[in-house]
Write a protein that binds this ligand. Structure first.
Ligand code: FHN
Length: 475
């Protein structure tokens, strides 16, 4: 190829990379730092059921994870110019109609000097959680990790100048928890994105955004560059996408992004919010066609019934917000959280329970206390949750829930029989032995007929939140 032409082509390629990088951050501090190529897409070959089961195994057995919504929104903590938000804290840029340039002023105020990665992971581990999903970038577009693609990140835009995500990933590995990322597809900070809604500043936050001509293509490159650095730098086990409800985002985009991410890390797990399959807060994927994503994502709700063969994970707040709001004290009780976990496991799902740390880097004390309570129950009863499958009973048990393993069923009793006789409907198996999980040596008297099983239990309920009885059936 003639020398002149080669030089020209290299020049053109370089200019297109620089132009993308600059345009991506024109609204804030501009400095080109990384090329936005997206090789590695579409290399995720078709997967056999066996390979999928292998990839999903740890996740299915884990059952319980910590969701962490942490970002600049923890600075206003729900209040803006003296007005307290009635919405979830991480949507303050939308609720208060805060223009991009104005919202950026929270960055110099974000300095989490009290952040302690070991403590955060210890709190999750002690609660019985097996994985952590943290917001690498939420709708406001701020990268809480060291991004080479954007300077709207914790290293360049805040006085903290350190990478808490690196510390958290290292600590999670050290303490044996899987480390995972949440990543928002909608980005209120991306220059090509704008809001076209009455009374809204075009650069403020909003449920729906539009893209300037050519903006979407550039944004997809920008996203892929961020996802590449997230995956290659921090090795996440799950990518938890969100914000996919934008009109400019399609299922085809989701399929492409799914393959791109699996191409970068073949055994990664990706939720169904990468594409357009999700049916609102109910969270399961529609069935009118094949939709991208490995698991359904009910939000703030628990499906009425189990969904055999479907992987799903219910995400939930401990109060009424994901991101920290200093005045939100509507905390769920520890009993509610423990029974939610049991209910979800009895229907074959995972529970992703959220904490919203402060801008200083502390997990709110009410969350820590409740996670401590959940942890105490899980220490005694985790066997009835981890690596179990859904209840074998065709109808909901009146006295509680059930989870199962190949050779036994765990009854999680919420309502204790006053007469000491727990009546369990038949489910086709013969009970060989029954005992309290907390007192395996003391066999409980069992009688069985075609109607079901009657287990003689102590008159006093050992654990008022939920007492687990094991019914051994043999394989
Ligand atoms: O808008 C987000 C919200 O801020 C939060 O991240 C939740 C968590 O699942 N998801 C979206 C609302 O569906």
């Amino acid at each position: 190829m003639k020398k002149g032409l080669k030089a020209t082509l290299i020049w053109v390629a370089l200019m297109s990379v620089v132009s993308v990088a600059i345009s991506a951050r024109s609204s804030t501090i501009a400095r080109p730092r990384l090329s936005l190529d997206h090789k590695g897409a579409n290399s995720a070959a078709a997967e056999t059921t066996g390979e999928r089961d292998q990839r999903m195994k740890w996740w299915r057995e884990a059952r319980f994870g910590m969701f962490i919504h942490w970002g600049l929104y923890a600075v206003p903590a729900g209040e803006y110019k003296g007005q307290r938000s009635t919405r979830i804290g991480e949507w303050i840029m939308e609720w208060a109609n805060i223009p991009r340039a104005e919202y950026e002023k929270f960055a110099p105020q974000f300095n989490p000097v009290k952040f302690d990665a070991a403590e955060w992971v210890r709190i999750a581990k002690n609660a019985g959680m097996k994985y952590i999903v943290i917001t690498s970038k939420h709708h406001d577009g701020f990268a809480i990790y060291d991004s080479q693609v954007s300077r709207y990140d914790i290293i360049d835009a805040t006085p903290y100048h350190r990478d808490p995500i690196k510390a958290l990933a290292v600590e999670a590995k050290k303490q044996g928890l899987k480390f995972c990322f949440y990543y928002s597809i909608v980005d209120w900070h991306y220059p090509a994105a704008y809001v076209d809604a009455p009374g809204k500043d075009p650069t403020a936050g909003n449920r729906t955004t539009k893209m300037k001509p050519g903006g979407k293509e550039e944004y997809v490159k920008y996203m892929k560059a961020q996802l590449r650095e997230l995956i290659t730098t921090y090795d996440p086990a799950v990518l938890w996408f969100d914000g996919e409800w934008q009109d400019w985002w399609t299922e085809e985009d989701g399929q492409d992004l799914y393959k791109y991410v699996r191409g970068l890390k073949p055994n990664i797990i990706i939720n169904n919010r990468v594409g357009k399959g999700r049916q609102g807060m109910q969270g399961m994927s529609k069935t009118d066609r094949e939709y991208s994503g490995d698991f359904g994502t009910p939000e703030q709700q628990i499906p009425a019934n189990g969904l055999p063969g479907v992987d799903w994970e219910s995400c939930m707040t401990m109060n009424t917000t994901w991101g920290y709001k200093f005045y939100d004290d509507q905390w769920k009780s520890s009993q509610t959280l423990i029974r939610n976990l049991i209910d979800i496991a009895s229907k074959g799902g995972n529970y992703l329970l959220n904490v919203g740390p402060t801008a200083e880097g502390l997990i709110p004390q009410p969350s820590v206390e409740r996670l401590g309570d959940v942890g105490r129950w899980m220490k005694a009863n985790g066997e009835a949750i981890y690596a179990t499958t859904a209840s074998p009973f065709s109808t909901q048990l009146t006295f509680g829930r059930a989870t199962s393993k190949a050779d036994r069923v765990f009854l999680e009793v919420f309502d204790w029989p006053a007469d000491g006789k727990l009546r369990v409907p038949t489910w086709g198996k013969t009970v060989k032995k029954a005992y309290l999980l907390s007192d395996r040596k003391a066999a409980l008297k069992v009688s069985q007929d075609s109607e079901g099983v009657t287990v003689q239990v102590p008159l006093k309920m050992p654990d008022a939140v939920a007492t687990v009885i094991v019914l051994e059936t043999g394989k």
